[in-house]
Design a protein around this ligand. Sequence first.
Ligand code: DLL
Length: 433
Amino acid sequence: MERYYQPEIECASRETILAWQNERLCKQVKNVWDNVPYYRRKMEEKGLTPDDIRGVEDLHKLPFVTKDDLREAYPYGLVARPLRDCVRIQSTSGTTGKRVVAFYTQHDLDLWEDCCARAIVAAGGTHEDVCQVSYGYGLFTGGPGLNGGSHKVGCLTIPTSSGNTERQIMFIRDLNATILCCTPSYAAYLGETMKEMGLSPDEIPLKAGIFGAEAWSEEMRRSIQETLGIKAYDIYGLTELSGPGVAFECSEQSGMHINEDHFIAEIIDPQTGEVLPEGSQGELVFTSITKEAFPLLRYRTRDICVLSRKSCSCGRTHVKMSKPRGRSDDMLIIKGVNVFPSQIETVLLAQGYQANYQMIVDRVNNTDTLEVQVEMTPENFSDNLAQITQMEKSLVAALKAMLGIYAKVRLVAPKSIARSEGKAVRVIDKRKI
Ligand code: DLL
């Protein structure tokens, strides 16, 4: 039987959700107009005052906010509450330029943790469960967010953070962890290590996993579910909006319910900024309507996905987003063709490999080149040259069918590509250097 953390919210009627959104949006617009000079200036530039926004149907009039705007406003430019009312910061994992710093009041933390609690309950979590949180703790939102959600549900929480794989496995087994929270690439690595230790899925007490923070394919889901003997749920979020728990999967495992009582979602054409009708693929844009310290209006996530309002067998009524196909800024253009790392992953897993690969993009004599280095698995490992060449050829053909371009494939020995404890690094683009 499906269980909910906040049934009256998660299963509210569409009319009720819209009424909440209308009221909260107007309040939020007034709030940023009064308290954030940056927003007032941007609205004035468009000739808008808060009176022009009477509800969700007027949302499209507001200007977008981009990551560049956040960098420009660093550190305090978009904070809507006095710092004495703020109790926490978190920050993005970006490695280039200034990081984005997000601020939270106690109220913001409380609502964020509720969102994570909804995700844990949707994955079958109750106060009887032992929840191991192996996302990084610190500035990254993964650890703190799911830790808070796990407490709210009343799970016994193991805050292992990421890394120290042997100890992770020891705790899972000794403390009977039933729910695992980490990135999908780390879940795959934990699974791989347990397999090497000779552990079969029924010797692992886990029953569910809550995996997100990076794109992962359905093939990867199947592989993780098999190795760990669990049901694997997707969870989505970003620091700018709070962290994990902006959207989460239910038992249907076919897209993530967006917490629409806190976030209004739109899909736009990334080139023109035009709002697209439901069912179109485009860039996800969010407006946070309940945040106090760091509210964002029409924030462009760069994540490419599709929204669906089809009714869901779980009983939740909030709109669902598809798995993000990738980020518009992760999308590579190779020989003029759009390539997402997730497409490579789909091909590899379908051919019996694991998602241990790296894409190396370069430009030789003014022509783009793509090399995909793929680890052989212990099962298909070979040191026979003819056999390796045959395996490489077969991958080249499958990649050509998926991407439409030639990619050189180089098979490498098992375990030779560095494992990641957080978000995996899949692409080395030498063209930018
Ligand atoms: O990754 C928050 C998070 C932590 C989400 C733990 C889920 C679990 P950032 O570091 O700010 O925050 O990165 C946000 O990561 O815009 C997406 O591109 C990507 N992302 C997050 N979740 C997913 C997912 C956290 N489930 C950026 N699928 C987002 C695909 C995801 N991409």
